[in-house]
Design a protein around this ligand. Sequence first.
Ligand code: ADP
Length: 431
Amino acid sequence: MQDFWFRVSLPVVFSTLAALLLWGIFSATLALLFMVVVLLIVMAHRARQLFKLEQWLNDARIETIPEAGGIWEEAFSQLYKMVKRHNQTKQELADELQHMEQATAALPEGVAILNEVNRLEWFNPVAQQHFDLDAEHDIMQDITYLVRQPEFVEYIQESNFNNPLMMRPARHDDMVLSIKLIPYGVNKRLLISRDITQFERVEAMRRDFVANVSHELRTPLTVVSGFVENLQDMSDLGQDSARRALHLMAEQTRRMDNLVADLLTLSRLENVQSPLHEETVDMKELLNEVYRDGELLSGAKHPLRMEIASAANLLGNRDELRSAFSNLLSNAIRYTPEGGAILLRWFERGGQPVFLVQDSGIGIAAQHIPRLTERFYRVDRSRSRETGGTGLGLAIVKHIAMRHQAKLEVSSEEGKGSTFALVFPIKRVLH
Ligand code: ADP
């Protein structure tokens, strides 16, 4: 800093001394003239340097930095260092960015960044391939204009961060994508897409296998159970042991028949290709039917009550809803000892319609509750078998709930009873 002021003041001091000398020897006019000439030269020199600086700033490259002397040399050298540092940082950032781009390009998943109004800020090559995007023209376009399948548009607009969406892209319908939205930063979202075609194929094979086995079993079973029933009806069947054997055979074939029926129901519900056939379901009528079935099953062994506190009807599939409600009610009856009370309720909670079955039966210990909807998961194997259970009832209920975007809530206390509730979304209510 001191050096700077010394360099700036040196020509001023020299020219003032020279002017004073001229004044002393010659005249004041000459001294003044000398000062004016000196000032003009200094100004011209500064103007030239400023001009060079301005020209350089228009295209600030390190190779073209102007050369200068005096105090300008210092300023230009500082500028040179600054530009060098800036270039270095720029290069480092560009390298980092390239690394990131290479890493995301190598990801087997599609990654796209959406802003708060669903516009595409960036995407990797896999996302480009999954959604048929154009790297040049589709940046900052609304993703719901580029991918127009209704389920995808609904998924993006609802910003459902919990569940992935399974979808076949419009232009590659042999491909199955699993799509997930992840929120990050301020109102930004990552759209992750994964090709699950292979996985879906294996799943479909597994489902087909179960469905085929069940179909194949059905015919021989019908034949055998038919014969068993005929034999039981024959009056000349004397021996007690033969009667007992036939009774057991009839019971077991009935069980197998129930099992096959439930397996077929499950594989039909699991099939992604079988869409939900929706209709307006008259809930009062359906609930009365379910209630009557319950009375028959209970055989007047339980005080059965029904409360219909809501007039809401549902948009859904009647047969599936009936199957779900009946399964819950049949469980309540089967797992409640004689005399225990059972309540059926249809009501609204915060606008959401709820179907609820409450029993005062044997209850379920807390550790079993999360696993109840798994296939063949039974808390008490022998009780389930004795009462004709297949171990598939709640798995069926869960699938039907999922197809109706409903939630299955379970609360229970061992020895006191259980409550199973199906909570439907408001959008399914019809009045
Ligand atoms: P299951 O045909 O064996 O009844 P589910 O899938 O319907 O099969 O139910 C799974 C298990 O959950 C049952 O085996 C039983 O242990 C338990 N469970 C279901 N509902 C009730 C209930 N209301 N009270 C007590 N336990 C229940």
